[in-house]
Write a protein that binds this ligand. Structure first.
Ligand SMILES: Cc1cc2nc3c(=O)[nH]c(=O)nc-3n(C[C@H](O)[C@H](O)[C@H](O)COP(=O)(O)OP(=O)(O)OC[C@H]3O[C@@H](n4cnc5c(N)ncnc54)[C@H](O)[C@@H]3O)c2cc1C
Length: 499
């Protein structure tokens, strides 16, 4: 049985203040200014009152705090961008490492590499790189954290041409559970590097990522708004099925990796409470090329056309973020072709729920579309969820805690619809608790993106055949399982609880 980690008491706070005195680190408790901001999360439902919050400015300061937490068996949480809606970066009474003061990005223009501190959000990276007309694969919503998104895999607008974020990590520097600062890459600490790229939140506090960057021109991007009429939905579904059809393993789609898009259902504030169908895209090319490929969609006559040439940082700001709400992100997967009737079923369920729940009007449902050829061809890191499936996203947004249960259930119900749809198509789905809304892949993992579904899936399902090797690496770097907040890995020899 793993020993239970304990919460922080006054003597821990005093000792941490003493150990960190003379450094730049901030040590905050609930009576200190800045503490409130430190425990804030993108979803209000993920806020928890840490016993102490440490805001370091360097790896060395992280190491002092982690060494103390390790020897005193404290509960530890690590906050990157704070976007986990499942509370994976929060601790109730424990020690929080808030990396919010470590947001520097250095650009090595000659080598086309980005040195990114562990607390950066994607806007920091996008903007620093763009000054040199460079870009890397990063989150499509710029205020999401580099930390959690990268350590769990990472999809972005360039994934069709450049792969996942972890296909572009050159090195990762992490403070492991004993307080050692370790640099991992393809040539140093290679096992740890493999584990960090896909299950990284389990192995330490990452203080720096070095990411590969590429020359990047402006892209044609934006949102097209359509009515949710059966005719338009039918045509949109036919068009995206054609655009993203994979002719055979390894053969690119008609989009040739250049078009990343979302087919979404939402009630944006500008639509005056009406449900609309949205096609949100980023095309890595110019307007003429984009309009040629997307001509069938433009011909449908969008109600609103917000597409134009945009800089890469702007593209990642086009999906408005909605901090200040409660949310629970729920993932699922689908395989092409999307069945028109399936979209109608989900649209109807979406409308029924939102009509009955005025608190949840900002909720979104999306089918994410990209060319998976490059992602499938790579085998970097321990990410076991590569495949020709595509991700869908169910994002309920609401304000009142009394609606938590109902809104979360709505997300689960829709995710289950995706699972049934896969089964209808004869696919073998996963069997996680209330989860498994995806197909099984080559590595015997559920092809569900763990960062989209941090609630119901099991670690063994997410990591598949890679799980035993992860257990061995965990036993070396975190034998007492300090980093256990998200898809926890039991160190080998420590039993199988929680897996
Ligand atoms: C609005 C929104 C948009 C999103 N868009 C995308 C997208 O385009 N692509 C995509 O792939 N995913 C996307 N996601 C999912 C996203 O990858 C996860 O929510 C991810 O957990 C966010 O990371 P974070 O650092 O912001 O979160 P946090 O809540 O800070 O952290 C999440 C987990 O990562 C750990 N962690 C974070 N930083 C570090 C670090 N430096 N060292 C060690 N552990 C760390 C935390 O301890 C926690 O376990 C989106 C989520 C939201 C809410």
């Amino acid at each position: 049985m793993a020993r239970e980690r304990r919460t922080v008491n006054q003597s821990d706070v005093d000792e941490l203040r003493r150990l960190l005195s003379g450094t730049q680190a901030h040590v905050l408790t609930s009576s200190d200014p800045g503490y409130g901001a430190s425990i804030e999360r993108w979803s209000l439902a993920a806020v928890k009152p840490a016993g102490v919050s440490i805001l370091p400015s360097s790896s060395e300061e992280v190491a002092i705090a982690i060494k103390y937490a390790s020897s005193h068996y404290l509960d530890v949480a690590v906050k990157g961008g704070g976007h986990s809606t499942a509370g994976a970066s929060s601790s109730d009474g424990g020690l929080l490492i808030d990396l919010g003061r470590m947001r520097k990005v250095e650009v090595d223009v000659e080598k086309q590499q980005l040195h990114v501190q562990g607390g950066c959000i994607w806007a920091d990276v996008d903007e620093a790189a763009w000054q040199h007309k460079l870009a890397t694969v990063g989150g499509t919503v710029a205020d999401t954290g580099v930390g959690g998104l990268t350590l769990g895999g990472g999809y972005g607008h360039l994934s069709g041409s450049r792969g996942l974020v972890i296909d572009n990590t050159i090195s990762i520097t992490t403070v492991t559970a004993d307080g050692t600062i370790v640099r991992a890459s393809k040539t140093e600490n290679t096992d740890l590097f493999w584990a960090l790229n896909g299950a990284g939140q389990n192995f330490g506090v990452t203080t720096e990522f070095v990411l590969r960057a590429y020359r990047q021109e402006e892209v044609y991007a934006g949102t097209l708004v359509f009515p949710p009429s059966p005719d338009v939905i039918s045509k949109l579904v036919t068009i995206v099925n054609d655009l993203y059809y994979v002719p055979g393993e390894g053969t690119p789609t008609k989009t040739k990796g250049q078009l990343n898009s979302l087919l979404a259902i939402g009630r944006p504030p500008d639509a005056g409470g009406q449900t609309v169908t949205l096609f949100i895209f980023a095309f890595d090319g110019n307007e003429t090329q984009a309009k040629k490929l997307l001509q069938p969609i433009y011909t449908l006559g969008p109600l609103v056309d917000m597409t134009s040439m945009k800089s890469y940082p702007e593209v990642n700001k086009q999906i408005p973020t909605a901090p200040g709400f409660r949310s629970s992100m729920k993932g699922a997967a689908f395989v092409l072709p999307i069945r028109e009737e399936f979209v109608h079923t989900l649209l109807s369920k979406y409308n029924t729920f939102l009509d009955s729940q005025p608190d949840a009007q900002g909720s979104l449902l999306a089918w994410e579309l990209y060319d998976p050829t490059i992602v499938v061809a790579s085998d970097e890191g321990c990410f076991a969820n590569r495949g020709y499936h595509l991700n869908s996203l169910i994002m309920p947004l609401w304000s009142k805690a009394e609606n938590d249960k109902e809104c979360r259930q709505f997300a689960r119900d829709l995710s289950l619809e995706f699972k049934h749809e896969l089964e209808r198509k004869g696919e073998r789905t996963g069997d996680g608790v209330e989860g498994g809304a995806s197909v099984r892949g080559k590595k015997n993992a559920v092809l569900l993106y763990g960062n989209y579904d941090q609630y119901d899936e099991k670690s063994r399902d997410i990591f598949g055949d890679n799980y035993p090797r992860l257990q061995e690496i965990k036993a070396r770097y975190d034998p007492d399982n300090m980093f256990d907040k998200l898809f926890a890995i039991q160190p080998s020899g420590a039993g199988t609880n929680g897996a």
